[in-house]
Design a binder for this molecule. Structure first.
Ligand SMILES: CCCCCCCC/C=C\CCCCCC(=O)SCCNC(=O)CCNC(=O)[C@H](O)C(C)(C)COP(=O)(O)OP(=O)(O)OC[C@H]1O[C@@H](n2cnc3c(N)ncnc32)[C@H](O)[C@@H]1OP(=O)(O)O
Ligand SMILES: Cc1cc2nc3c(=O)[nH]c(=O)nc-3n(C[C@H](O)[C@H](O)[C@H](O)COP(=O)(O)OP(=O)(O)OC[C@H]3O[C@@H](n4cnc5c(N)ncnc54)[C@H](O)[C@@H]3O)c2cc1C
Length: 615
């Protein structure tokens, strides 16, 4: 018999003024896509061995990892078996695009995540046709498990500063991989420590003593039978982190490790047998995997934010606290306008990020198709936009997930709420795949160039066209959408123009262009933030805003129900569909090993002798 649903949630669902299923279908891309997603989730989540008897927060660091590997194997097989052979690739992609299925199994991400998120995309984007055929066959069947090893102990942002060398030996037609210093050790790659046995290594290629830039190499570092590290390879785990503690991030050092010539991924640049180097049409094509993951991250943020606000809004409909009016009883905390202010922006932002992710994915697919035809014209714009949207969506999602947590009071601080873990996942994305400030400065670099082109009368790309519209500075704000967008354009234009003016002022004062850039970089980052709409400006329409909060209030639970996250994916004592918050908090608390006995052994060992002055 299913548990009784909380009365307040029942009332909320009766009050909802729109068809929740219709919104779910819209978010999925149609009723059939919703059906496909639900069918996939039903199949996979009914698999035995996917869930933890003991909550993983009570396991040791080592046990957490071993348990995650156990689940990863079960989960991967279940996903493969659940694939509907009659579905097209696109239907399969749509079914997983919005699903956070993996989140039902891994609260802290999977030890296989880099294999799927970067190792396979790196092969697809950097290998020539022959290499792709061979390695994709092995990687897609999980005969090998890979990761993406670019970051080093000493360098993450500055790729051109990476110290790992790959020196070509024409006599043996091999590359010699070497970590000349401790700071050259690869450091951070997920799965690297104990899970993967191959990786795509980004290393500095040298031929006859000449630098040929950073190139991608596919490198085996563990024996496929014994899993022992190969000769000349030093491996280990980098230690406990804020989150990602089951991703097995590791370090790897090379000591004159030799690999055959055909292990350099040669789609863009090639090394012939005699050591002739054939340059890539654009050295930045080597950075292509990162552009792809930045695009994927935007969609990931939309889903994770939706998960966090679902938990917080449902909890806010169930939780009653304090007194809004004398003798009127304790109101739902969702009736406090401050609570609505904290949470409803999260619902809206998740929808905005979903639409943005769809737009960016289409742009990525078009530019990638153009690249295949040798047309690189739109690559710089894709890079600038992907940098900006990855940085803005991860920053905003981190802020809004943390706000969802704190809006749930003490219970939001419980790991059983799952809000701390969701925060740990999303805040990592502010750093990985390009630290956000660095990426915003990449976008600023494009904005400054675009404004200079606009000022010399050149046509701009669609996403930069606002820099060529001479928007009058006397523009009057009005509350229409068009008025708001015009206002944003005016502010965005002004921010870029001000940063440029600042740089020119520094150059006139005698600074070189690099120092002028650095001195203006705070303004440059701010200018990039306005490339995509940010929340700060909405505040200036405060009266419209508070009116909107009131309109959303009766539909808030319906809006988060429409995200259609099942309880296993929310994995939260506060966010379950039935709203039985207090019963779930107690059920989870009793799972703590400390509750197995009324008196813990530390009393007899330490407390009692201490309290009796015998210690
Ligand atoms: C919670 C769930 C979320 C969803 C989950 C998704 C899956 C995630 C799964 C696992 C998580 C872990 C994954 C994380 C893995 C990593 O972190 S991999 C390592 C990532 N590292 C980086 O991103 C390094 C960042 N640094 C850089 O990209 C570059 O160093 C730089 C761009 C900052 C600078 O490069 P540099 O060579 O120095 O170039 P510049 O001189 O600045 O610019 C020269 C021109 O090149 C253009 N350009 C730069 N990058 C690109 C690019 N990628 N594509 C195209 N063009 C590029 C740049 O615009 C300049 O052009 P102009 O000269 O014309 O201005
Ligand atoms: C959870 C997690 C998973 C990861 N997984 C992987 C992985 O699988 N594979 C992989 O290769 N890497 C991985 N990374 C590494 C990640 O890509 C790097 O941490 C990231 O690129 C930032 O580099 P860094 O850590 O060296 O920081 P740094 O580049 O040292 O940045 C430190 C500070 O310096 C500032 N700074 C640096 N350069 C500039 C500049 N030009 N202008 C202004 N400010 C600047 C930054 O803004 C930042 O505030 C992972 C990281 C994390 C946190």
């Amino acid at each position: 018999m299913s548990a009784k649903v909380n009365d307040d949630l029942l009332t909320e669902r009766r009050k909802c003024e729109f068809n929740v299923e219709e919104l779910t279908n819209y978010l999925d891309g149609g009723a059939q896509a919703t059906q496909n997603r639900r069918k996939l989730e039903d199949k996979v989540l009914s698999t035995k061995g996917l869930f933890d008897e003991v909550p993983e927060e009570y396991l040791s660091h080592k046990e957490k990892y071993e348990n995650a590997v156990r689940k990863a194997v079960v989960y991967y097989k279940a996903m493969k078996e659940a694939e509907d052979p009659n579905q097209t690739e696109q239907e399969r992609a749509n079914a997983t695009y919005r699903s956070l299925l993996h989140a039902a199994v891994f609260k802290d991400n999977s030890p296989f995540s880099l294999h799927l998120a970067m190792f396979i995309p790196a092969i697809l984007g950097q290998a020539d046709e022959e290499q792709k055929k061979y390695w994709m066959k092995r990687a897609s069947k999980m005969e090998i498990i890979g990761t993406y090893a670019q970051t080093e102990l000493g360098h993450g942002t500055f790729i051109r500063g990476l110290e790992t060398t790959a020196t070509y030996d024409p006599k043996t037609e091999e590359f010699v991989l070497h970590s000349p210093t401790l700071t050259a050790y690869k450091w951070w790659p997920g799965s690297l420590a104990h899970t993967a046995n191959y990786c795509v290594v980004m290393a500095h290629l040298y031929i006859n003593g000449k630098s040929c830039g950073i190139q991608p190499f596919i490198v085996q570092f563990r024996d496929e039978e014994t899993h022992q590290p190969l000769p000349g390879i030093k491996l280990g785990e980098i230690g406990a982190k804020l989150g990602f503690n089951t991703v097995n991030n590791g370090f790897l050092g090379f000591d004159q490790h030799r690999i055959p010539r055909n292990r350099m991924l040669m789609k863009n640049a090639q090394v012939l047998k005699d050591g002739t180097f054939k340059r890539s049409p654009n050295s930045k094509l080597t950075y292509g995997t990162m552009v792809y993951v930045r695009v994927v991250i935007v969609n990931g943020m939309a889903n994770q934010l939706a998960r966090a606000v679902t938990i917080a809004v449902r909890y806010s409909a169930v939780r009653r606290q304090s007194e809004l009016k004398p003798d009127a009883g304790e109101p739902q905390i969702l009736d406090y306008v401050t609570q609505q202010h904290k949470l409803f922006i999260g619902i809206a932002s998740s929808h905005a990020f979903t639409l943005t992710a769809k737009w960016l994915t289409r742009m990525y697919q078009k530019v990638t198709a153009d690249l295949e035809k040798g047309n690189l014209d739109e690559l710089p714009e894709l890079h600038a936009i992907a940098c900006c949207l990855k940085a803005v969506t991860t920053t905003d999602t981190s802020v809004l997930v943390e706000r969802s947590r704190t809006s749930c009071g003490g219970h939001g601080y419980m790991l059983s709420s799952n809000l701390p873990q969701i925060y740990g996942l999303v805040t990592a994305a502010c750093t990985y795949e390009g630290e956000n400030t660095v990426l915003m400065l990449q976008t600023a670099r494009s904005l400054v160039k675009a404004l200079e082109q606009a000022q010399s009368g050149k046509r701009l790309s669609p996403t930069m066209s606002y820099l060529s519209e001479k928007v009058s500075s006397r523009l009057k704000w009005d509350n229409s959408i068009d008025g708001i967008v015009k206002g944003f354009r005016r502010v965005a234009y002004g921010k870029v123009e001000s940063a440029m003016r600042s740089m020119r002022k520094y150059v006139r004062s005698g600074l070189g262009p690099e120092d002028a850039w650095n001195m203006s970089s705070v303004q440059l980052v701010a200018a990039s933030e306005y490339t995509s709409i940010s929340e700060a400006d909405i505040r200036q329409l405060q009266d419209t805003y508070e009116d909107l909060l009131g309109k959303i209030r009766p539909n808030a639970v319906g809006l988060v129900d429409a995200f259609d996250f099942r309880d296993q994916i929310l994995n939260s004592t506060l966010g379950a569909y039935d709203g039985r918050v207090y019963e779930r908090l107690m059920e989870e608390a009793l799972k703590s090993p400390l509750n197995a006995e009324p008196v813990n052994q530390s009393f007899h060992k330490y407390l009692k002798p201490f309290m009796q002055g015998k210690l």
